[in-house]
Design a protein around this ligand. Structure first.
Ligand code: ARG
Length: 306
């Protein structure tokens, strides 16, 4: 049997033709051995502990169809990733249209009331759009747009209406999954008093991962991974052995440097079995179900998923 017995009850388990489709799709990606191995690994934990997937704003506009096909595939094999998205690039252009200059401090958006209003409307619209696209493909998806992240002000003077996450509503995620729905979260939080705060989507994904302790934390990016000095994709980074060396290289700068540092900080707080993948949405299956993957894998030690 390909599918785990812990498949949520409301999901109709794949019938024979679906199963045939699954095996066929996957065998075009990897060998039967690899596919079986990773399928049984990913279904060996409770459903909400398979993966947290962060979807960048550019993916929602430029690769929505590929994203939804990849998620539909996972859903069909009984895997329920927890999705969290931002909408950064669209937000910048909307703000510019509204005559607001987007401002950042240490990579975090300074959020005033007007920015928050524009951001909130946009995030809700993008969330609904993703949910609708998934439903069109027969994937049950649940928008989880409020009450998911509890937060305090990160630093009101410096960033304004930006949250520092203090709690995650795991219960709502578990309920959605056990009812057979993919949870689709947006990166907004509320304070104890109900003030909505903006949260950076990478930060929201990291907090979700800390709460859920998934096997995989996936960052979907149009670049499909991190690249080295020669512009070649880096297949894997073993932080225990390579972090110091990597950070001493002068080609590791700006975004890449920050990303690696943030991922190290995240993985340091998670079980050793958790690894991070940076991958293009169209190559998610290859990344997850083959040994060699397709993007960049980042883990603490060299022993894979030990
Ligand atoms: N499929 C395995 C996983 O998801 C291995 C992926 C390896 N990926 C890579 N870019 N080297 O954990």
């Amino acid at each position: 049997r390909l599918l785990s017995t812990s498949t949520p009850s409301k999901t109709t388990s794949a019938d024979l033709s679906t199963r045939g489709m699954i095996v066929q799709t996957l065998s075009s990606v990897g060998s039967k051995r690899e596919v079986q191995q990773y399928l049984s690994l990913f279904t060996s934990v409770s459903s909400q502990r398979f993966a947290v997937i962060k979807v960048g704003g550019a993916i929602l506009t430029d690769y929505l169809d590929e994203l939804c096909s990849s998620l539909a595939f996972l859903y069909t094999v009984g895997l329920y990733p927890v999705i969290v998205h931002g909408a950064g690039p669209q937000l910048n252009s909307l703000l510019e249209q509204a005559g607001v200059e987007p401002q950042f401090e240490e990579g975090i958006r300074i959020t005033d009331a007007k920015t928050l209003r524009v951001a909130r409307d946009l995030f809700l619209k993008e969330n609904m759009n993703l949910v609708n696209k998934l439903e069109e493909k027969g994937v049950h998806a649940q928008p989880l747009t409020t009450g998911m992240f509890r937060a305090d002000y990160l630093n009101k003077e410096k960033w304004g209406l930006v949250g520092k996450v203090t709690g995650v509503n795991k219960q709502a995620i578990e309920t959605a999954i056990s009812n057979g729905y993919l949870p689709i979260l947006t990166s907004m939080a509320e304070t104890d008093d109900g003030q909505i705060l903006n949260v950076n989507a990478d930060v929201a994904a990291a907090e979700l991962a800390r709460a859920l302790e998934p096997l995989k934390v996936v960052y979907l990016s149009e670049k499909g991974g991190l690249s080295d000095a020669a512009g070649q994709k880096i297949s894997a980074i073993n932080l225990d052995e390579e972090y110091e060396h990597l950070m001493s290289q002068d080609w590791v700068k700006y975004g890449t440097r920050l990303k690696i540092k943030e991922i190290k900080e995240l993985l340091d707080t998670l079980p050793r079995a958790t690894s991070v993948a940076i991958i293009h949405p169209g190559e998610l299956q290859k990344e997850l179900f083959t040994d060699s993957g397709a993007g960049t894998l980042i883990r603490r030690g060299s022993k894979l998923l030990s």
